[in-house]
Design a protein around this ligand. Structure first.
Ligand SMILES: [Zn+2]
Ligand SMILES: [Zn+2]
Length: 157
């Protein structure tokens, strides 16, 4: 049996649906390593750096290396299964595709990036008369819950 016989017959983007909602498990469509990378990103629920992907995927694919992670990320991004998240001055992170419009929060302490549900909206009112707003980016900065927890003997005011 050829496991990847249908690989080229499947159009990942044709339906516009993210892979999570398709009936074909990712293991049957990707190499085990790529599947492990995709599973790590899907389970994280937040944008991940390649190094974070490697650490999360290690349980599924112990032999995975950082070079393979980079290759898998590029392939998965090319096919539309994951999306790059580029914050200014930061290495590119990746998140699962098909999540709809949302924004991000970066913790200044641990540098991790989290999803923020919803949108401030009403930004069209900020542009000068005669201008047309086409898109926007909103990034929130602060401390995540974990980094806000007071350390022993070092109360956070
Ligand atoms: Zn943090
Ligand atoms: Zn928005």
């Amino acid at each position: 049996m050829q496991m990847y016989a249908n690989e080229n017959a499947i159009s990942y983007n044709a339906t516009g649906l993210p892979w999570l909602r398709t009936t074909i498990p990712p293991m049957e469509r990707h190499t085990p390593q790529r599947a492990a990378v995709l599973a790590a990103i899907a389970s994280a629920g937040r944008p991940l750096l390649p190094q974070e992907v490697l650490e999360l995927a290690a349980s599924q694919a112990p032999t995975l290396g950082i070079a393979t992670v980079y290759r898998a990320l590029k392939k998965l991004a090319d096919e539309g299964s994951i999306c790059p998240v580029a914050l200014a001055g930061e290495p590119v992170r990746y998140e699962a595709a098909g999540q709809g419009h949302h924004h991000h929060f970066q913790c200044r302490e641990c540098r991790r990036v989290y999803d923020v549900a919803g949108c401030v909206g009403g930004l069209g009112g900020l542009v000068p008369p005669g201008f047309t707003l086409e898109e926007h980016e909103v990034i929130l900065y602060g401390r995540c819950a974990e980094c806000t927890v007071p350390h022993e003997g070092l109360p956070v005011r």
